[in-house]
Design a binder for this molecule. Structure first.
Ligand code: URA
Length: 192
């Protein structure tokens, strides 16, 4: 599993399949446990992530780490990545073709790790798995989808931590929704 992840990481580091690598300092493949039960998927690397080659290390990432601690988890216990692996210029939203081109990497990471639970952060990540839903209506609600490997996969859509940084009500909603992770995980593990 670690080997698979390493191979995927190397491919991402060399990727030239879309335009995004041109303006990026480094690729951000993702990091964490190769046997993580929970995988967090954000939108795209920002400036700090691009400079360090690591996901969620800026302000939103610090908030994510604090919320993880709040539910008794460490970053090393989970796997954290993004829908696209290079930073879009000026932090613009990733374009549809960029998301499509990058998706096989995420797909391969999911298949290597086989997480029990995928937590999407923000609407872009959610839409990749749950295209017809509105995040304001479904955040914090576990959804079961057929993954590309036609196994059932549980997805928990959450708001993006960046959207909660300066918005107190969003912040408490996100902290509240995060607390569902250990409960859900126990349910999933008890049922299997
Ligand atoms: N926002 C994201 O969606 N991903 C990161 O890695 C950092 C900020």
């Amino acid at each position: 599993m670690e080997n698979d992840l390493q191979m995927i990481r190397e491919k991402i580091n060399k990727c030239r399949l879309c335009r995004l690598y041109q303006g990026a300092h480094s690729a951000v493949p993702g990091e964490g446990s190769a046997v993580a039960q929970v995988m967090f998927i954000g939108e795209a690397p920002g400036k700090d992530e691009d400079l360090q080659g690591k996901p969620f290390v800026g302000a939103a990432g610090k908030f994510l780490s604090a919320m993880l601690e709040g539910i008794g988890m460490k970053r090393e216990d989970v796997f954290i990545t993004n829908i696209v692996k290079h930073r879009p210029p000026d932090n613009r939203d990733p374009l549809e073709d960029e998301v499509e081109t990058c998706f096989p990497y995420l797909d391969a990471q999911i298949n290597a790790i086989k997480p029990k639970l995928i937590v999407t952060l923000g609407r872009h990540a959610m839409h990749r798995f749950l295209p017809d839903l509105k995040i304001s209506e479904v955040h914090g609600q576990a959804k079961r989808v057929k993954s590309i490997f036609s196994q059932k996969q549980v997805i928990l859509p959450l708001y993006h931590p960046a959207s909660a940084l300066y918005n107190p009500s969003m912040r408490s909603t996100l902290i509240h929704d995060m607390k569902k992770i250990p409960i859900l995980l126990k349910k999933i593990n008890d049922a299997s």
